[in-house]
Design a protein around this ligand. Structure first.
Ligand code: SF4
Ligand code: SF4
Length: 500
């Protein structure tokens, strides 16, 4: 039998009564669904439900529905499992996917509730009283020594370099190559306007981002793409990427088709070659090796803060303790719902643990060892709203990283086809006719709006809790209660059940 045995996931219908034959759908679809032969036609087998055509059709003539084709139900052999087998029986390859884990694992954030003040301890109105969201990332001294100075005080303790954020929200690392330059520009402009930072990801720093380097963390991953002295010194901090939430334990792969002239220049690799990052750093096989790299980067950058990004895995607390003792200033915890441009589905969906659990165990471990002040904790991988931000901070994070939410703000429809390089929204693509669709100023405005909206909501939450600084929420698990979590999970989170 020739061809695929997998039926179309979506059905595309064009209402020919409404269609004015403008052909915008043909231009807008990055996946080649539409054609025109006397009338507009659609090949449903190519549709990924990215909705670009629907949004830009001037006549609302396009309808996309999930293919209602009935499958015989089976409790173990769900339809998606059967489709995966059909695909693999045909291709003999791994199933690749993009964006975050889409299996219905328990989402711990959705089972946590935040406390509020009532009678004796009044809440605060954030519209009328100052509310502090400023956050400093990096090593803090255990105690501050001050001396009297001319009627005032002078700080005697030497405080190391910290990264100052106006809000406890930063943009997660997404490499130029996996996303377009216009995405990077949108993130950089927005980071500057918001007083926060974006992260280059592992693809190097494009020269057009130079004006924004006071708001950029540069990443050094196992592939060392684009890493050189000027690059390391360009940002406000350096991040060593050991792992990422969507693919713990495996390396990265950007296909050669995405390595055009610009990406090749930024990554310092030839045009058209696959950009492969090995699973391990070949100079890191122990915490001592990691320590050497951390201090090499500090020496190279005049002791800028060094962040270490890891995927959240079962023994994350012990790993984080080692990272803190190795001299890192920031630990970036990327949970198993973290996004990706491309990952084998089996890794994305079945390896790692939720970031909610990881934050709590890492914060507890570092406190129990008396080394919590050595590092800041960033939580990422599944932060969807200001409520998630507040809960992550209450569990012990200093700040959060947002990646997928930022891309959704830029138009992403979570079609999960980033690895194809055909993103109709100009996000996960290097095709010039597609990347041109994302105007960086428009993108930055949307990102600024989103983070400002979340910041307002975060202030409301703080006010309801009766505190006037995000610092007072940090690690304050007493202000959280669990609803619908089992006792072991509550014990691990160190959170009481609702009503107690
Ligand atoms: S964009 Fe809409 S109106 Fe234009 S050709 Fe396509 S279906 Fe017809
Ligand atoms: S970035 Fe583009 S290709 Fe990736 S999920 Fe979003 S819309 Fe789809």
């Amino acid at each position: 039998m020739a061809g695929s045995m997998v039926t179309s996931e979506f059905l595309v219908e064009v209402d020919h009564q409404r269609c004015r034959r403008c052909k915008r759908c043909i231009l807008n679809c990055g996946f080649g669904v539409f054609d025109f032969q006397n009338m507009t036609t659609a090949d449903s087998s190519k549709c990924v439900a990215c909705h670009r055509c629907v949004v830009f059709c001037p006549e609302e003539a396009i309808t996309i529905t999930r293919n209602p084709l009935a499958f015989k139900e089976h409790p173990s052999w769900e339809v998606d499992r059967r489709k995966a087998i059909w695909k693999q029986a045909q291709s003999s390859g791994m199933i690749l996917t993009g964006m975050g884990n889409d299996l219905p694992w328990l989402n711990v954030f959705d089972h946590l509730l935040i406390d509020a003040c009532q009678v004796t301890n009044p809440s605060i109105d954030p519209l009328r009283e100052p509310m502090e969201l400023k956050t400093f990332l990096g090593r803090k001294p255990d105690r501050l020594e001050v001396s009297a100075d001319n009627g005032g005080f002078r700080l005697q303790t030497e405080v190391g370099n910290n990264v100052e954020l106006a809000v406890p929200i930063m943009f997660s690392g997404m490499s130029y190559g996996s996303v377009s330059l216009n995405v990077h520009k949108s993130l950089a402009i927005a980071a500057e306007k918001l007083g926060t930072v974006m992260n280059t990801g592992e693809g190097g720093l494009h020269p057009e981002l130079t004006p924004y380097t006071d708001h950029i963390i540069v990443q050094c991953a196992s592939g060392r793409f684009g890493v050189h002295s000027d690059y390391l010194n360009a940002g406000v901090a350096v991040e060593i990427k050991i792992g990422q939430g969507a693919k713990p334990g495996i390396g990265g792969h950007l296909p050669g088709e995405k390595i055009g002239r610009e990406v090749s220049g930024t990554r310092m690799i030839p045009v058209g070659t696959d950009a492969l990052s090995p699973a391990p750093h070949h100079d890191i096989y122990s915490i001592e090796d990691l320590r050497q790299l951390i201090y090499a980067l500090k020496e190279a950058t005049g002791y800028k803060p060094v962040s270490v990004k890891i995927a959240t895995v079962h023994n994350v607390a012990a790993i984080a303790s080692g990272i803190a003792r190795a001299g890192a200033d920031i630990i970036y915890l990327d949970g198993f719902r973290g996004g990706t441009g491309a990952s084998p589905a089996v890794i994305r969906d079945h390896v790692g643990i939720p970031v909610e659990i990881a934050i709590a165990v890492v914060d507890k471990q570092l406190r129990s060892e008396g080394i919590r002040n050595l590092v800041s904790i960033i939580a990422a991988g599944g932060i969807r709203s200001s409520a998630d931000v507040a809960k992550a901070i209450a569990l012990g994070a200093d700040a959060v990283g947002v990646g997928t939410a930022a891309l959704i703000a830029l138009g992403c429809r979570l079609c999960q086809k980033c690895y194809t390089g055909n993103c109709s929204w100009g996000i996960a693509t290097q095709r010039p006719e597609l990347t041109d669709r994302l105007d960086p100023d428009w993108g930055a405005e949307r990102l600024v709006n989103l983070i400002n909206a979340w910041s307002l909501e975060l202030k409301e939450v703080l006010g309801a809790l009766g505190v006037n600084a995000v610092e007072s929420l940090r690690g304050n698990r007493e202000r959280l209660r669990a609803l619908g979590l089992d006792s072991t999970t509550m014990d691990i989170l160190d959170v009481k059940p609702a009503g107690r």
